[in-house]
Write a protein that binds this ligand. Structure first.
Ligand SMILES: Cc1cc2nc3c(=O)[nH]c(=O)nc-3n(C[C@H](O)[C@H](O)[C@H](O)COP(=O)(O)OP(=O)(O)OC[C@H]3O[C@@H](n4cnc5c(N)ncnc54)[C@H](O)[C@@H]3O)c2cc1C
Length: 529
């Protein structure tokens, strides 16, 4: 696949930079752009031959498949903080707005499409569950409040007492407090697979932030995930940044509890060598545990903090089956798309649900003319270290998925041109994410805020960005982490004990307050991609 950006292409990196970033996931790419924009000399290193991490694509038989991510909330809406950031960085890649945002299929054969317009969505919910109409109003009033408090606390690192009553609340608890109807409770959590954890272990605050963000626009990138990641790499290069592809960082150089650079692989595959690069700061977008356990000298590591990190629970991995189709009617796929449940209990998300995503409904260019792509996502509740026979595991889950596709769309198998599956081990192999976890540590109340690893820590001048650190997993929180890290580096704020500083931050949250105060403004501001 042709890349937009050049990369160093065999040319060695300089001996020293202001900043070295380990990993070109979205966290690393955004942070690299922000630092380069401030005039810092930045080296971005990536062990894979593609940038993007979980936001990359691969190609087979003329079909281009998103490796993982496909929902990009807010990014196509320049009236939001993250949408505006991309505009400011000069990202011109288009966005296709999703409407309906999602589609749920229930065990009784019924289904529900989530409109991108909040008023329509709420009216539809009330029409279907009239006995719960008042409870729905109360619930969404709380969701709006909690959304605001969550932004201030988790995205702006400011304490607010008003969050406290909800900070420990799970999605399950919030739903049980408000509703009696089992179907409504499932409906309001039917997309919980995107958290990589069941509602009984997922933060109500983060779920509220994501839920409302859908009504500010949920997008698919024009040209797929790689087009977005590649353009971020291109802009970084245009601002003077260096990108080293296919080059794993092997060691973070540190002495006296201060990071001073990295050792990174350079050269072609048949003549690899390791080069020392000095840096004023090092930012790791790589898996947090491997950064601490493998890249840092154990003598520099605070063993208590490492022990606390090891106790955190990662999110479930997400098994994917990527399928290229020929002669498949679009309407059948449109009907079948979305989450399929065969249980009324949303806590069974890892065993009794799967999701069908059809990228070609948003971007036909991902497949040959007239053809389609189906990507099935299925959380897996596995003991990663106990699996001995990965091919057998892959075959069993793929079989479950194919049987279900055939049940939902009879004759499906006959239309398949190409099919590949990716297990937790595949995710780990391509991105080095611990146990192939979907969004870093589980987004449960006890693993958020100050309970989640801080953006800086272990040694001075070492920062972390991405889904293993604060504020959390998913594209928006990852971008927020990158913005905050860049801000701290540029402003020279640092607290290497691992406690977060309540620094002023670069985000103008007031814009989002206005949104939540009056959801009707969504109609005026949302931008069609
Ligand atoms: C199947 C799936 C579907 C998802 N769907 C969505 C979705 O629809 N919407 C959403 O918001 N979120 C989604 N997520 C979550 C989201 O993709 C992630 O939270 C986010 O992309 C993580 O970005 P990141 O920058 O933290 O890390 P990553 O994307 O993991 O990138 C880390 C990068 O670091 C590189 N690296 C690691 N070690 C080294 C080293 N030693 N040297 C150099 N490079 C190194 C890796 O190769 C990788 O490129 C999904 C995740 C999965 C798995």
């Amino acid at each position: 696949m042709k890349r937009l950006f050049k990369g160093l292409r065999g040319k060695p990196p300089n001996n020293s930079y202001d900043a070295v970033i380990i990993g070109a996931g979205i966290g690393g790419l955004i942070c690299a752009n922000l630092l380069a924009r401030e005039g810092l000399r930045v080296l971005l290193t990536e062990q894979h031959y593609m940038v993007g991490g979980y936001c990359s694509t691969f190609r087979r038989k003329g079909y281009t498949f998103d490796a993982a991510t496909h929902f990009y909330p807010l990014l196509g809406n320049p009236a939001t903080i993250t949408g505006k950031l991309l505009l400011d960085l000069g990202i011109t890649n288009g966005w296709v707005k999703m409407d309906p945002v999602d589609h749920f299929h229930f065990p009784d054969g019924s289904s529900f499409a989530v409109s991108a317009d909040f008023d329509i969505y709420l009216a539809k919910l009330k029409a279907e569950f009239p006995a719960e109409a008042q409870a729905l109003d109360r619930f969404f009033a709380l969701v709006r409040d909690v959304y605001m408090f969550g932004l201030v606390s988790y995205f702006r690192w400011r304490d607010t007492d008003r969050l406290k009553p909800y900070a420990h609340m799970t999605v399950r608890e919030a739903l049980d407090q408000h509703f009696r109807n089992a179907k409504l409770k499932l409906l309001l959590a039917a997309d919980c697979g995107h958290w990589g954890s069941p509602p009984c272990r997922t933060s109500f605050v983060f779920d509220s932030m994501l839920r409302l963000s859908y009504f500010l626009g949920n997008y698919y990138p024009r040209g797929g995930s790689q087009a977005f990641a590649d353009e971020l790499a291109l802009r970084f290069e245009q601002m003077g940044g260096d990108i080293l592809m296919g080059s794993a960082v092997k060691r973070i150089l540190a002495g006296n509890k201060t990071a001073t650079g990295v050792e990174v692989e350079v050269g072609p595959a048949n003549a690899r060598s390791v080069r020392r690069v000095n840096a004023g700061v090092v930012v790791s977008n790589a898996d947090l545990l491997s950064t601490i356990e493998r890249l840092l000298d154990p003598r520099q590591v605070d063993t208590d903090r490492l022990a606390a990190i090891r106790r955190l629970r990662p999110t479930h991995p997400c098994f994917l089956t990527h399928i290229g189709l020929k002669n498949m009617p679009t309407e059948i796929l449109r009907e079948a798309a979305g989450y399929h449940w065969d249980s009324w209990d949303s806590d069974q998300v890892a065993t009794r649900a799967f999701k069908i995503f059809v990228p070609t409904l948003y971007e036909p260019a991902m497949a040959p003319p007239g053809c389609h792509i189906v990507i099935v996502q299925k959380l897996t509740d596995i003991d990663y270290d106990a699996i001995e026979d990965w091919p057998a595991h892959k075959a069993a889950v793929e079989n479950y998925i194919m049987n279900n596709l055939e049940r939902v769309m009879p004759g499906f198998s006959e239309k398949v041109v190409v099919k590949l599956s990716a297990s937790a081990r595949t995710s780990h192999q391509f991105t080095i994410n611990h146990r192939g976890a979907m969004l870093g540590w589980e987004m449960s109340p006890d693993q958020l805020g100050e309970h989640r690893p801080a953006l800086n820590g272990m040694v001075r001048n070492l920062y972390f960005t991405g889904h293993w650190t604060q504020p959390g997993g998913g594209i928006t929180p990852v971008i927020v982490s990158a913005m905050q890290v860049a801000h701290r580096i540029v402003k020279g704020k640092e607290d290497y004990s691992g406690h977060t500083n309540a620094t002023p931050d670069p985000m103008n949250i007031r814009r989002d307050f206005a949104w939540v105060a009056d959801m009707r403004r969504e109609k005026e501001l949302a931008v069609q991609g």
